[in-house]
Design a protein around this ligand. Structure first.
Ligand code: HEM
Length: 151
């Protein structure tokens, strides 16, 4: 995995200082830009959910120096997401939302290098999660993902 560990760690340390602002911002953008995903979260406590999202990002950042150890947990997370109603096309939507929320919180520290590092990290994470899920192959084609990313 070609990841820019130091950039990811340093930028995430800044996000950590503003954890609640970050998660509030993330879900506000997600539900505004992709209202179709809202029903998936209807029964979920958003406080708990925000904490879980943040903890999973923290876990990934902590694991970056030993990425092999992240493979099985991320595949398992992907498997569980099939039960949650997530489909492959949701992954680019969540990725775009994540980058936007980072940008809002980091402001001038959201440089193009940091953006690239997170975009790359997210696409690797999403790919591993998707490997752990059993979607029909046609749903995993890049074309299908792009077409449905504007859900
Ligand atoms: C890198 C991508 C993602 C990460 C790291 C992530 C992380 C998590 C974590 C840690 C949980 C808590 C439950 C568990 O551990 O199984 C969760 C729950 C959930 N995620 Fe994600 N997620 C990602 C992508 C997505 C996508 C693309 C969707 C689709 C909209 C989604 C929708 C949900 C929903 C609906 C739940 C609540 C499940 C429930 O309690 O019923 N997630 N996510």
């Amino acid at each position: 995995m070609a990841l820019q560990v130091e950039l990811l760690e340093a930028s995430f340390a800044r996000i950590k200082e503003r954890q609640t602002d970050f998660t509030d911002c993330f879900y506000a953008i997600l539900f505004k830009d992709y209202p179709d995903v809202k029903p998936l979260f209807a029964h979920v406590s958003m406080d708990d959910q925000s904490k879980k999202l943040f903890d999973s990002l923290a876990l990934v950042v902590r694991g970056l120096r030993n990425p092999e150890a992240l493979m099985e947990p991320l595949k398992g997370l992907g498997t569980r997401h099939v039960q949650y109603g997530a489909v492959p096309a949701h992954y680019p939507a969540v990725g775009a939302t994540l980058l936007q929320a980072f940008a809002n919180i980091l402001q001038e520290d959201w440089t193009s290098e940091v953006e690239w590092a997170w975009a790359n990290a997210y696409s690797i994470i999403a790919q591993i999660m998707l490997e752990g899920s059993e979607y029909p192959p046609e749903l995993l084609q890049p074309k299908a993902l792009v077409e449905r990313a504007s859900l």
